[in-house]
Design a protein around this ligand. Structure first.
Ligand code: TZP
Ligand code: MG
Length: 214
């Protein structure tokens, strides 16, 4: 049986690192939480990304905010950091270790998410024991420079048409205007970076996204 708690938490999954904001990341996350995000991923990547103790200190602060508001705190890629902070889970890509290996290291009760771009990658992630899939990029994005080709909602439809029920979140270029189509294609939620992190009004943007996926 799939973890229905995880499925519910995917509804509005905000992803952010310091390089995705122009404002103080803690302030951005607080406003996003107020606007109604349901899960958070700390993704500290790209040029100028923090490393070492700076990365860890920011992660700790964001984790505390999540804890205070009952939001699961997931870390992108960095298993060592996830262990050190006892994070709620880890999200990995196709170039990282497989979900089974990650779960073994993290221990039971943690959430393991995997990015997938094809049906075969979804099936492999399920075999490896992933809790959820991040499928995309759905729409054009400027946030991930090495993103795979845009898929629209076709992968979501393909996966659901095969009767695959794993919790799935769409990613890539998602806004309040196009989020509904992602849900209608079969996703349980949407994950977004810049349409929240760089919004003029973070609270309002998160609230608008929440409304379109509810
Ligand atoms: N993986 C596929 S697209 C993407 C990632 C991490 C970036 C999504 O960022 P945005 O700003 O929501 O398009
Ligand atoms: Mg990775």
């Amino acid at each position: 049986m799939w973890n229905e708690e995880v499925r519910a938490k995917l509804q509005l999954y905000f992803i952010m690192g310091s390089t995705n904001c122009t404002e103080d990341p803690e302030k951005v996350l607080f406003q996003a939480i107020s606007g109604g995000i349901s899960m958070f991923q700390f993704r500290e990547k790209g040029t100028d990304a923090l490393t070492g103790s700076e990365k860890k200190n920011l992660a700790r602060k964001l984790q505390q905010l999540c804890k205070d508001h009952g939001i699961p705190f997931i870390i992108n890629d960095d298993i060592e950091l996830a262990l050190a902070l006892n994070a709620d889970g880890v999200h990995i890509g196709q170039d990282d270790e497989d979900a089974g290996a990650v779960r073994k290291i993290l221990g039971e009760g943690k959430i393991v998410g995997v990015s997938a771009h094809t049906l075969a990658e979804v099936e492999k992630a399920i075999e490896d024991g992933a809790d959820y899939i991040g499928a995309g990029p759905i729409y054009p994005t400027r946030t991930k420079t090495d993103a795979k080709p845009v898929k629209g909602t076709s992968l979501l439809e393909e996966v659901r048409n095969c009767g695959i029920l794993i919790p799935i979140v769409g990613i890539g270029g998602i806004t309040a205007e196009n989020a509904r189509a992602v849900i209608e294609a079969g996703a349980d939620g949407v994950s977004v970076i810049t349409s929240i992190s760089l919004a003029e009004d973070v609270y309002k943007s998160a609230a608008a996204l929440k409304k379109s996926v509810s």
